[in-house]
Design a binder for this molecule. Structure first.
Ligand code: 5GP
Length: 227
């Protein structure tokens, strides 16, 4: 009756650092790695302890990053808390055409640029329970100096104020519940009427007549049918 678009979707997920988006995205990927793909960004920031090149980010020098900007390598890029971050263009089109959803884990300026470029993308904002909790989480993570935490706090404060630019907001009080909510959003998105490509009749009128008049409907219970 309904033929829906088979193509994947761009899903932008933003959150202030420390809001727990990394864990949530990993859980979303674990649940369905066949039709979901996380784009790996490039950055000019130093890798944190435990981070790997090509896994967490592609780590570039500032000069290499700027060279790639000039070459048109990025779908979008920004300067965040003193470092460059950008989404490489490659693979995205191919994934979308194969019906794979592409997750972009990017901050708000990047999200705004994607919205201009691809207005039909889906924009989800993950909110920490409170800014105080966010600072506590950042301190506990222990990967940043107080000065850097302060920079991130300022960025987070700005971002939280711009949440209305997104389609959905999910508060991350509890990771599993927040993941479940995003899962529900992703499922609902697949049912949107603007994903319909064609509405058609799958049964001819004669077939309906045959169904209605040709056979008597056996409405006995299963127990009765089995004797
Ligand atoms: P972090 O340094 O904590 O890994 O990331 C800092 C911020 O940069 C986060 O909000 C993250 O979502 C964002 N970010 C990561 N990759 C990209 C990207 O490719 N483009 C943009 N615009 N932001 C990014």
């Amino acid at each position: 009756m309904i033929k829906s678009k088979k193509s994947g979707q761009i899903i932008v997920i933003s959150a202030p650092s420390g809001a727990g988006k990394g864990t949530i995205i990993q859980k979303l990927l674990e649940r369905d790695s066949k039709t979901r793909w996380l784009s790996i960004s490039a950055t000019s920031r130093e890798p944190r302890e435990g981070e790997k090149d090509g896994v967490n980010y592609y780590y570039l020098t500032k000069e290499d990053f700027e060279k790639k900007i000039k070459e048109g390598y990025f779908l979008e890029y920004t300067n965040y808390a003193g470092n460059y971050y950008g989404t490489p263009k490659e693979y995205i089109k191919e994934k979308i055409e194969k019906g794979i959803d592409v997750i972009l884990e990017i901050e708000i300026e990047g999200a705004t640029n994607i919205k201009k470029l691809i207005p039909e993308a889906l924009f989800i904002f993950i909110m920490p329970p409170s800014l105080k909790e966010l600072v506590k989480r950042l301190k506990k993570r222990g990967t940043e100096t107080n000065d850097k935490i302060l920079k991130r706090f300022h960025a987070a404060y700005k971002e939280v104020n711009e949440v209305t630019k997104y389609n959905y907001v999910v508060v991350n009080d509890e990771v599993d519940i927040a993941t479940e909510k995003i899962e529900a959003i992703l499922k609902a998105e697949k049912c949107r009427v603007d994903r319909i490509e064609e509405v058609y009749l799958d049964t001819k009128e004669e077939e309906i007549h045959e169904l209605l008049l040709g056979e008597e409907f056996d409405n006995r219970g299963i127990g009765e049918k089995l004797g």
